[in-house]
Design a protein around this ligand. Structure first.
Ligand SMILES: Nc1ncnc2c1ncn2[C@@H]1O[C@H](COP(=O)(O)OP(=O)(O)OP(=O)(O)O)[C@@H](O)[C@H]1O
Ligand SMILES: [Mg+2]
Length: 263
């Protein structure tokens, strides 16, 4: 069964078409990275999965259920969501922010929740002494890492990430990429991950979705995106990055074949 299916989605704001007749079925356990120019509709599309945006027409299915029929609170409980400049609960400590969803599920088992919080703080590269701090007492990068830890701590079957590593330094970014990949491989969750970094998209994704002007350009393996771009837009998007500094930085994560293509 598909984890997520977009069927004939349309979305307009005023007279501007943002998404036009978009259809895509995403299999369970795929790690889908989403790339495209700014304003191509990536965030709009991803927000339709947790109903932060409702399409004008068309249907979004999760595990074969029309999400329009589901209680949005219950729907969101099964979907992790991390965004750039992560929005934390300002009146809650780091610990309370991360424990928010596990607490909902796990009210009776405080000890388990506390150890889960420690685990996810470590994975996200957060020092334990930040536990009792409030979001306003953290740097932008720390806030972002709390947001990532919070999204992961819920161990959701679906994880939506909208440029989650945008505001962290390169070393932390590499760590988070690796941790996310490990978590993905261990749990078999379905991930939608928006990034502007083509190398990151190629290294992390089992599939890459290329969007332009709210339309699907290609949905394919990283290897096919690189070696068999479906059209000139995809070729240019991927080609622009060939041989760039960023690409060389990320080469560790690429397969030998991808590396040789990039050279
Ligand atoms: N609430 C809104 N009202 C009006 N227009 C909107 C709204 N949300 C998004 N848009 C428009 O929809 C288009 C797509 O926006 P979206 O945020 O999905 O793009 P994106 O691909 O995520 O871009 P970026 O890479 O810059 O984050 C943009 O032109 C944006 O201005
Ligand atoms: Mg966006």
């Amino acid at each position: 069964m598909n984890a997520i299916e977009f069927q004939n989605i349309k979305k307009t704001y005023g007279d501007k078409t943002i998404i036009g007749s978009f259809s895509l079925a995403i299999g369970r356990g795929e790690f889908v990275t989403i790339i495209g120019t700014s304003g191509s509709g990536k965030t709009t599309l991803v927000k339709m999965v947790n109903r932060l945006v409702v399409p004008d027409s068309g249907t979004v299915w999760i595990n074969g259920e029309d999400i329009q029929d589901k209680d949005p609170v219950l729907l969101r409980r099964g979907i992790g969501y991390a965004i750039q400049g992560s929005v934390l609960f300002p009146h809650m400590t780091v610990e309370e922010n991360i424990a928010y969803v596990p607490n909902l599920w796990n009210k009776s088992d405080k000890k388990r929740t506390a150890s889960a919080v420690s685990k996810w703080m470590k994975i996200a590269g957060l020092a334990d002494e930040l536990r009792q701090q409030y979001p306003y007492e953290l740097s932008g990068g720390e806030q972002q890492r709390v947001g990532i830890a919070r999204a992961l701590a819920a161990s959701p079957p679906i994880l939506l990430m909208d440029e989650p590593f945008g505001a962290v330094d390169e070393i932390t970014r590499k760590q988070l990429q690796k941790e996310l990949k490990d978590i993905y491989e261990q749990t078999g969750i379905t991930v939608l991950f928006i990034t502007h970094d083509i190398s990151e998209a190629l290294a992390l994704g089992t599939k890459v979705l290329v969007l332009d002007k709210g339309a699907l350009q290609q949905y394919d393996t990283p290897d096919n995106i690189l070696n068999h771009p479906a059209n000139a837009f995809v070729a240019q998007l991927v080609g622009d990055r060939k041989g760039s500094e960023k690409n060389r930085d990320c080469n560790d994560d690429l397969t030998a074949k991808q590396r040789s293509t990039l050279k």
